[in-house]
Design a protein. Structure first.
Length: 611
């Protein structure tokens, strides 16, 4: 599936240089005041305040659990929603703005190249007039030229080595920089990188800030070279209080005034983290460390002068979505990712081929005698069961593994949930249905099921329809169970439940009343019923292989009566399966929208004016 070129959006080309110059001429600042964040009784952030202007890189550092990521998320408006959580305070940006948010884990599609990754985001976020030029600007700005046509990698499904960890981080940042954000937020961007790559990445952030951007990054434990290069520093102590906010040059003075002078030849960042951490080794050490944290934080609170706000909070700018373009781009990416995974495709097709030939050999040339009646029922059931498992399991192994990327893109409002699910569904049709149809056709002719083109077309059409229903079921399970291992385990279990009520293992008249309703939602039941009617209704069987004292079933209608399928209509079952396709996909969309990333809103303190 080839990506198509989009036409320029309505309104004609715009003056890119003028727009960018206008953005850069604005005085970009962000200020936060008395930010307090609680989850139930636990206090994560305790009255945190600060401000930063364009052209500077602010690093938020602190011990584990001090609230670094929470503060970053609060400033960026990305605190995940929780029922028990409460976020108080104010955050104000200057003028209109757009922002970039880079998560700690650089979640990208492994089988797309760097170029394809950037172009995908560019086509969704940028107008056609400057798209290509902007992609290359970001590529040069982040030094990604050498790896532009290399797959991202980072997944076990990639057969060849992808880009390095540092290049993956820069690619992730590049996706967020394409729309020219004024405010860049990065959660521990140096995490997982060696010291050289970490320093190189921080230098890149400094270069970005010098382009009149505000850059705020949380960092766990910056090395001395990184510490010295930072413009501003926010040190959070245990308990979520601010221990220091200011330039790294004045940090040493602050800690010295609090009674914790930085020793010579010591990484200042390491020393500060030691001072503001709690020592739980014994009660005396814990009490001493609590006193140290309180001393440093109290001194900062005494010296801190909050900035007087002269601007109103602004809303983030968003480009209006085009669902048709988004669908085309998502379908192209989904096709690329699935078809480049050669190992998975080969395994799926080889397993389909293996089982089709096994079924064909076991039931080879059944004939038309009495023995063939039971065997025909058996092969029809096994074919229906095999197809029923293929759809849900195939889809549930794909979507949950992609959700880290998809949820980040949804949080940035790149596209709608409907566009993503529609693209995944459409791409899955040929990749799931064709192998199943081919293998089922092999079985049909090897076994010599009922002759006639009309009967074969009904057989093939029913199995394709069942596969499509199974894919819809797989979508429902995938968007409900976000962990790949859970979806992979639940999908077979749910399918087994449907197989149980297919009418083959248990006659419908024997199903207990209290669970009888389950047969009405079993798509395997409707498929198996229709396949059986297609095979037996109006067909005759010989009695040459039975003795005189044995009964002989000459009419296929008697077989359907024994199965309690005598009143089944093939068109009606096909309509029911079609309704199930619509029902499962609609349910998947509802669940997906319900599970969309949601973020907490600020609750202003009573003494502050409401914006």
């Amino acid at each position: 599936m080839e990506e198509e070129e989009e036409e320029e959006e309505e309104g004609g080309p715009r003056d890119v240089s003028t727009t960018e110059e206008a953005l850069l001429s604005e005085a970009a600042t962000v200020a936060w005041r008395d930010v307090t964040y609680r989850v139930g009784p636990k206090l994560i952030l305790d009255g945190v305040s600060g401000q930063i202007a364009a052209g500077e890189v602010l690093a938020i550092i602190g011990p584990s659990g001090s609230g670094k990521t929470s503060l970053l998320n609060a400033i960026a408006g990305r605190v995940p929603y929780e029922k028990r959580a409460r976020l108080e305070g104010t955050v104000e940006y200057s003028g209109s703005y757009n922002l970039a948010y880079v998560t700690q884990n650089s979640a990208l599609f492994a089988l797309s190249t760097v170029r394809e990754t950037l172009e995908f985001v560019a086509r969704l976020r940028l107008d056609a007039v400057d798209r290509e030029e902007r992609v290359m600007q970001v590529v040069h700005e982040l030094n990604l030229v050498e790896c532009l046509d290399t797959v991202v990698g980072g997944s076990a499904t990639v057969e060849k080595r992808g880009i390095s960890g540092g290049e993956r981080k820069r690619t992730h940042i590049g996706c967020e920089l394409l729309h020219r954000p004024r405010f860049c937020f990065l959660d521990e961007p140096s995490s997982g990188l060696d010291s050289f790559q970490a320093l190189s990445l921080v230098q890149t952030l400094l270069d970005l800030a010098r382009g009149q951007r505000v850059v705020i990054a949380s960092m766990h434990q910056p090395r001395s070279a990184i510490y010295k290069s930072l413009d501003a520093l926010c040190v959070l102590g245990a308990g979520g209080r601010v221990a220091f906010f200011g330039t790294q040059e004045t940090a040493a003075i602050h800690f010295s005034d609090a009674g914790f002078a930085i020793p010579p030849n010591y990484n200042p960042a390491d020393w500060m983290l030691d001072v503001v951490s709690l020592d739980f080794r014994d009660p005396s050490k814990l009490a001493a460390s609590r006193a140290a944290v309180a001393a440093v934080c109290d001194l900062h609170a005494h010296q801190w002068v909050p900035m007087v706000s002269k601007h109103k909070p602004a809303q983030e700018e968003k480009k209006k979505q085009d669902n048709w373009i988004a669908f085309r781009l998502l379908a192209a990416r989904c096709w690329r990712e699935r078809t480049r995974d050669k190992a998975a495709l080969c395994f799926r097709w080889s397993m389909n081929t293996f089982f089709s030939f096994m079924f064909g050999l076991v039931y080879f040339q059944l004939g038309n005698n009495q023995t063939s009646i039971q065997n025909r029922q058996g092969i029809l059931f096994f074919v229906a069961m095999n197809v029923a498992f293929a759809g849900p399991i195939g889809v549930s192994q794909i979507i949950p593994a992609q959700l880290a990327v998809i949820n980040a893109e949804r949080a940035s409002q790149l596209y709608s949930e409907a566009a993503y699910l529609a693209a995944t569904f459409v791409v899955g049709l040929p990749l799931e249905c064709v192998p199943s149809l081919v293998s089922s056709s092999v079985v049909y002719f090897m076994v010599e099921l009922r002759p006639g083109l009309d009967h074969f077309l009904v057989f093939a059409g029913l199995l394709v329809l069942e596969e499509i229903v199974g894919e819809g079921l797989g979508l429902c399970l995938s968007v409900t169970l976000e962990r790949p291992e859970m979806a992979g385990q639940v999908a077979p279990a749910v399918t087994v439940l449907f197989v149980m009520f297919s009418g083959y293992f248990l006659n419908e008249s024997s199903i207990p009343v209290y669970v009888r309703w389950l047969k009405y939602i079993s798509f395997v039941r409707y498929t198996f019923q229709a396949l059986a009617v297609n095979e037996f209704r109006g067909e005759s069987f010989s009695c040459g292989d039975v003795s005189e004292d044995q009964s002989c079933v000459r009419k296929g209608g008697l077989v359907l009566e024994a199965l309690n399928f005598d009143d089944v209509s093939i068109p009606l079952n096909a309509v029911i399966l079609s309704i199930m396709v619509l029902g499962f996909n609609s349910l998947a969309l509802i669940i997906f929208r319900f599970n969309a990333p949601a973020f907490l809103k600020f609750t202003t303190h009573p003494e502050q004016p409401s914006s």
